[in-house]
Design a protein around this ligand. Structure first.
Ligand SMILES: Cc1ncc(COP(=O)(O)O)c(C=O)c1O
Length: 344
């Protein structure tokens, strides 16, 4: 049974259980359907069994040892992965500019947090990944228990995850991949390689690029470490089944012919757009993150022109370049609006 099918069940039982709205009192009407479908772990529905089965099916799709649905973002996946990997005093390597959840995870685990640097690309104002050689030197010098690698970066710069996995195995270091911005990667040959099958743990935010609602995400494990107990440490005992059902539907969609076609259409539409914008420079490993630069303008000036003149808000800007984020819901019509940028 799927989580989705739990919502089709009609029960004749009279529930003297949580949730207290009983699906009858809807305090905020805009979310009427949410209240109506907000069920608890009661025998009449048994959604917890459906969740277990849905996670098992997801692990088959992603070819992992286990895959876990997260309703508190990649943030919670990173916390759990580090709690499963590090005991008090163990050394945890994190990038000095990483998302704050990496440090928070280390703090919660009582780990000895050591920050590493990444090479800076002066021309584009962004960070580049470590080379395999640099990673190996770092691991041999610091001898950590685990390392967290952000791949892709916000701007779509990707590490060689296969090589990283081999090096981490050789050095006996747990490899945690923060693939928060790469949830589409397992579903297209035309996107960078996903860490899902290489890292010990990989987190992906479905909400960032893959059409999920905020803050749905996934945690994939290829490790024998006890990730389930680590997740228990940081999770509510009253999960939101409507949210979990959207995760199940999201994975089914990404893995469907229709979903894969949508991803390929997005890629094709961006490729097409790039040929029209000969006045701009592009950079990055992931075509869905449109990182642009214009000679004579700083990234901030470019961002301001986009906003003020064309009514376009970018995702992230630095001194040198500006990034426009796209995802599975970015239509051809929306991308067409970027053709105006020929006038910059
Ligand atoms: C690189 C990176 N990792 C992790 C996160 C946390 O993801 P979430 O918002 O799904 O918790 C973010 C969020 O911006 C991020 O940019």
């Amino acid at each position: 049974m799927s989580i989705i099918s739990v919502f089709k069940k009609k029960t004749k039982k009279t529930l003297f259980t949580t949730p207290s709205h009983n699906g009858k009192i809807c305090i905020f009407h805009k979310f009427y359907q949410w209240y109506k479908n907000d069920i608890s772990e009661v025998d009449a529905y048994n959604p917890q069994e459906a969740l277990q089965k849905a996670e098992k099916r997801a692990s088959e799709i992603y070819k992992t040892k286990s895959t876990h649905f997260l309703t508190n973002g990649s943030t919670s996946g990173i916390l759990a992965a580090v709690l499963a990997s590090c005991k008090k005093g163990d050394k945890l390597l994190i990038w000095e500019k990483s998302h704050k959840c990496h440090k928070h995870a280390g703090i919660l685990a009582g780990a000895n947090i050591v920050e590493y640097e990444l090479p800076f690309n002066e021309e584009w104002g962004i960070y580049e990944p470590l080379s395999g050689e640099k990673l190996e030197t770092l691991l041999n010098t610091e001898k950590p228990k685990a390392i967290i690698v952000t791949t892709p970066s916000y701007e779509g710069i990707v590490s060689d995850v296969k090589k990283f996995s081999n090096i981490c195995k050789k050095c006996n270091v747990i490899f945690i991949a923060d693939e928060a911005h790469g949830a589409l990667y397992p579903f297209s040959e035309n996107l960078p390689q996903s860490a899902v099958k290489y890292a010990d743990f990989t987190v992906q935010s479905l909400h960032k690029t893959a059409g999920g609602i905020n803050p749905t995400a996934l945690l994939h494990s290829n490790s024998d470490l006890d990730i389930k107990s680590a997740l228990d440490l940081i999770s509510t005992t009253s999960p939101s089944y409507p949210m979990l059902a959207t995760i199940e539907a999201n994975i089914n969609f990404l893995n469907s012919k229709r979903g894969k076609k949508k991803i390929e259409e997005l890629i094709k539409n961006i490729q097409n757009l790039k040929t029209k914008l000969a006045n701009l420079e592009f950079y990055g490993d992931d075509i869905t993150k449109i990182l642009i630069k214009k000679e004579g303008l700083t990234g901030y000036e470019l961002s301001e022109i986009l906003y003020e003149k064309f009514g376009i808000e970018d995702e992230k800007t630095n001194e040198k370049s500006t990034m426009l984020l796209t995802g599975i819901g970015t239509t051809k019509e929306k991308l067409e609006k970027l053709k105006k940028l020929t006038k910059i």
